[in-house]
Design a protein around this ligand. Structure first.
Ligand SMILES: C[S@@+](CC[C@H](N)C(=O)[O-])C[C@H]1O[C@@H](n2cnc3c(N)ncnc32)[C@H](O)[C@@H]1O
Length: 302
């Protein structure tokens, strides 16, 4: 997250200079919002487009150890459910780090992405891959895709940027609708506690607490957060009435993000390799889940 207060950005390295400027603006908007001085004007989509239009999303999973761990762990879970020839949908595909890798492995991949600038990078990087197609679209409305199409559906990002309960449920239902009965869905969520540990390490505790919790310690979700975090049992509960069976909930990057904000943090390649294998072994441990930053909710459609 950024050297920022909120749930906003999970790492200071994640931001390029332009995005830092954007983050300062966002923080200002948030402070005015919290103080009741100004009604926020931008829509959820405008805020998301504004953020990704200025950040270097394509390098996010490579630049830092926690990004590398998130990628390795998420890929390990995807490979449990998807192999060569599988029909895979990625909703919120970003610049296509997962979609392109899976298409190169011989999967038949459909990518949906909200932000034009991310989609343009995805199309450029995926050029020449016949089994990859990409569309602009919003996770809450996938009417251009028929029912029961995909073996595996990935929602790795949109749930960080949806705040209204109605929109959250729409996105979940759309992903389920387009998945085949018996198919698998992987939804990524952010942990509000992972966000708060990052705030603690970056010295932004008070602002982070005001942004992520009410005075009664209830988790908050509102669009000026830009990135919203959940209690683990809270996001698991979102699926209670849906036609899916829970398979597991797993962390994908542990507590690394907060720790990596220390300027003296470093880990050699061989230790990181051993750590990543160890982490994967314990990624589903309930007692560790909240402290992780990114999590996967994995379920099967009935
Ligand atoms: C953190 S990035 C993750 C990208 C990629 N899935 C990954 O895991 O590396 C989140 C992505 O979701 C996209 N996104 C956010 N809200 C969305 C929505 N409602 N519908 C589709 N995409 C959305 C963003 O534009 C961004 O590219």
């Amino acid at each position: 997250m950024p050297a920022v207060s909120s749930g906003i950005m999970p790492d200071s390295n994640f931001l390029n200079l332009k995005a830092i400027a954007l983050e300062e603006i966002r923080q200002e908007v948030f402070e005015l919002f919290i103080n009741g001085e100004q009604q926020p004007m931008s829509s959820r989509i405008e805020l998301v487009k504004g953020f990704y239009g200025q950040s270097d999303e394509d390098g996010r999973l490579e630049r830092t150890r926690h990004g590398q761990l998130e990628y390795r762990t998420t890929m390990a879970y995807i490979h449990r459910y998807a192999g060569k020839g599988a029909k895979v949908l990625e909703i919120g595909a970003g610049t296509g780090r997962y979609s392109i890798a899976l298409a190169r492995e011989g999967m038949d991949v459909t990518a949906v992405e909200l932000v034009e600038s991310n989609l343009a990078v995805l199309r450029e990087n995926g050029r020449g891959l016949d089994c990859l197609r990409a569309f602009q679209g919003d996770a809450t409305d996938l009417r251009f895709l028929a029912d029961d199409l995909f073996d595996v559906t990935l929602v790795l990002g949109p749930m960080y940027h949806l705040y209204e309960p109605e929109e959250v449920h729409k996105a979940i239902r759309e992903a389920i609708r387009v998945t085949k009965p018996g198919g698998t869905l992987l939804f990524a969520f952010l942990s509000v506690f992972g966000i708060m540990y990052a705030n603690y390490f970056t010295g932004k505790w008070a602002l982070g607490q005001a942004e992520n919790f009410t005075a009664a310690y209830k988790v908050r979700h509102f669009k000026e957060q830009m990135f919203t975090g959940y209690d683990v049992t809270e996001f698991e509960g979102l699926f209670d009435r849906e036609p899916v069976d829970w398979i597991t909930t797993a962390g994908t990057d542990g507590a690394l993000e907060a720790i990596e904000d220390r300027p003296d943090f470093c880990i050699p390649d061989e230790d990181f390799d051993a750590f990543a294998n160890w982490y994967l072994h314990f990624a589903e441990k309930r007692e560790l889940l909240g402290s992780t930053n990114h999590l996967l909710y994995i379920c099967r459609k009935r």
